[in-house]
Design a protein around this ligand. Structure first.
Ligand code: M6R
Length: 600
């Protein structure tokens, strides 16, 4: 059982390492929240481990305030098998001197496990991760120091992973990366003397203490005792010089403000976040537009909601710029790899900048010599750092698992580029800024209350269908994702014209169906599809600038021309939120999900 998760460790002169890692882990919960665990070393004692199922956010860090200057921690999202205390990390070596947290997959763990069992090692969990501390202990028999043992163990692992190991004898932390992110934070006293080091999956874990960071690249290992840190090549052991980078951005405090949930807060923030996405360096947008025009094949790639913004992008480029681009879900990109050539352009779209499938697509593109443009929200993320060009959408932190403001920011950037391709960047910018004013007007308290009421009419239904045409078709697919992931209602999106080729058989008397409609040349067609649904007994919720007699409920939206897809998805986001709340679900942390999907 492998895990996708957040990892964090500290070693240094501070004496509350347990508390530090628990507090830091709370910033990594978006990477997984089915269980958590920490291990730390108090004076003269072996390693102490505390782990539990459930969310780290509900844990009081003051309970871990015993004197300790070294600790590691983990928040987990299991990819296979059950969620249980014994499967939670950290995992201990047989002799109890080494503890390990792990993100990723050890693909050959079954062979290693059998080999170690034959040598007398006992396994307390069903995880792949537990082979790591045992193998390190085994490797220590044939080498003198802990870091060499970790290196030798890592060389035997197949797959993409990040490992953080703590040794109670040498009081050192060793971390290695072959795919999943790891970042070092350096804490210094005023006189520049090193005070300690943090090693984490993401910067917010240690930002309170340090904004000086060093990134581990794939295939690197790092060793620290809290006084100094050494980066080496994982394979050869050759030392790698490492730059210190000062982070200039702030991790906005996780603060729900006046809202009960981040999801609603983030939906409401679209009043401003779309405008921030539009506010790009114009010369850079023109350069990108040129690159798309000149590329031999442009590919738009993302996962989940980001994939839906790519699909919308295909319509934006076709309708606005009359330019064809290829769209693929990152996980389905493999059959198309052979089309990539040095003159191709791959545009990867990702809120987190850490999604494993997107990273893999990006790496393949780079191997083939193609240029990569990343449209990303999280500054400093792996994708943002490793792409040839990066456009930040500047949506601000998105904490709710359901992606909302990132989607509209991504679509705004794609519309902007499409207009730049026909040398009408200013027109595109104006349309988008007009749309942000419309979002501001739309998201008023009466409108939100009205949507709460609409959710109240349908929240007991178990099936819901959404239709759209043109750029409203990917928005229908996106609507389904939003409703499924937070309310657990079975929702499906379709192209309006596809209904009578099969899906219409699902519609029964009273089935709620949402139609996403714009004031465009396809309006008549989608109204026709809506009438067909109504004729089979569907209750129609029309999201459209104008009312129509076919609607049982009309959710009015402003007419926003090319930005209609952005406008139309917003009431669905609000509706999804209320469906979740009215069904007693937590919209911020839905079951079985994690914010950042760092395994394939
Ligand atoms: O961070 P990314 O944008 O790369 O994430 C991609 C998907 O995992 C993400 O959009 C997911 O589908 C959302 N939870 C949907 O709301």
């Amino acid at each position: 059982m492998s895990a996708m998760c957040g990892i964090f460790g500290y070693v240094g002169s501070r004496e509350d390492a347990g508390k530090i890692v628990v507090d830091g882990l709370k910033h990594l919960e978006y990477r997984g929240y089915d269980s958590w665990g920490i291990s730390y070393k108090c004076e003269d004692e072996l390693i102490k481990i505390e782990k539990e199922t459930g969310k780290i956010s509900s844990v009081n860090s003051n309970d871990f305030c015993q004197k300790s200057s070294i600790a590691i921690a983990h928040t987990r999202w299991a990819t296979h098998g059950g969620v249980s205390k014994c499967n939670a990390h950290p995992h201990l070596s047989e002799d109890g001197s080494i503890s390990v947290v792990h993100n990723g997959i050890i693909e050959n763990y079954q062979d290693l496990r059998n080999e170690l069992k034959n040598k007398g090692y006992n396994f307390a969990s069903e995880t792949d991760s537990e082979v790591i501390p045992h193998l390190i202990q085994e490797e220590l028999k044939s080498c003198s120091d802990f870091s060499t043992a970790v290196r030798n163990a890592c060389k035997r692992f197949e797959g993409r992973f990040a490992v953080l190991a703590m040794d109670s004898n040498s009081q050192t932390l060793v971390a290695a990366r072959t795919g999943s992110p790891l970042i070092v934070g350096v804490e210094k006293a005023d006189n520049g003397k090193i005070d300690g080091f943090f090693i984490a999956s993401d910067i917010p874990a240690f930002m309170e203490y340090s904004k000086t960071v060093q990134y581990l690249d794939d295939g690197e290992m790092v060793v620290t005792d809290g006084n100094k840190i050494v980066f080496t090549d994982l394979e050869t052991g050759e030392e790698h010089p490492k730059r210190e980078i000062e982070i200039t951005w702030n991790a906005e405090k996780a603060n729900k403000g006046e809202y009960d949930h981040f999801m609603l807060k983030e939906i409401m923030e679209q009043k401003d976040s779309v405008a921030r996405a539009v506010n790009q360096d114009e010369e850079q947008i023109k350069t990108i537009a040129n690159a798309i025009r000149n590329a031999k094949g442009t590919f738009l790639i993302g996962c989940g909601t980001a994939h839906k913004s790519c699909m919308a992008g295909e319509y934006f480029f076709s309708i606005i710029a009359q330019h064809h681009v290829n769209v693929s879900s990152a996980g389905e990109f493999k059959p198309y790899h052979h089309f990539l050539q040095p003159e191709s352009l791959v545009i990867v779209v990702s809120q987190s900048g850490e999604t494993a499938d997107v990273l893999e697509a990006m790496n393949i593109a780079k191997e083939k010599g193609s240029k990569v443009l990343a449209i990303v929200n999280v500054e400093g993320s792996t994708i943002a750092r490793e792409a040839d060009y990066t456009l930040l959408i500047n949506a601000g932190p998105e904490r709710a698992v359901a992606s909302t403001k990132a989607l509209t920011g991504q679509m705004a950037v794609l519309i902007l580029i499409a207009y730049a391709m026909i040398d009408k960047l200013q027109d595109g910018k104006k349309q988008l800024l007009d749309a942000t004013a419309l979002i501001n007007d739309m998201l008023n308290p009466r409108y939100i209350d009205f949507l709460r009421g609409v959710a109240g009419q349908i929240h007991t239904h178990e099936d819901l269908y959404i239709i759209g045409k043109s750029w409203n078709f990917p928005m229908a697919l996106e609507s389904a994702i939003k409703i499924q992931e937070v309310s657990y209602i079975h929702a499906e999106g379709f192209a309006g014209s596809e209904l009578k080729h099969g899906p219409i058989a699902l519609v029964e008397e009273g089935t709620p169906c949402i139609a996403l409609i714009g004031n465009d040349e396809l309006k008549g067609d989608i109204i026709g599809n809506t009438i067909e649904l109504k004729a089979r007994g569907a209750k129609i919720i029309g999201i459209a600038p104008e009312n129509n007699e076919v609607f049982d409920t009309w959710i009015k939206v402003p007419d926003a021309a090319a930005a209609q897809a952005i406008i139309n998805i917003i009431p669905v986001q609000v509706l999804s939120y209320f469906l979740a709340v009215q069904r007693g679900k937590d919209p911020d942390m839905p079951r079985n999900l994690a914010k950042s999907v760092t395994v394939k």
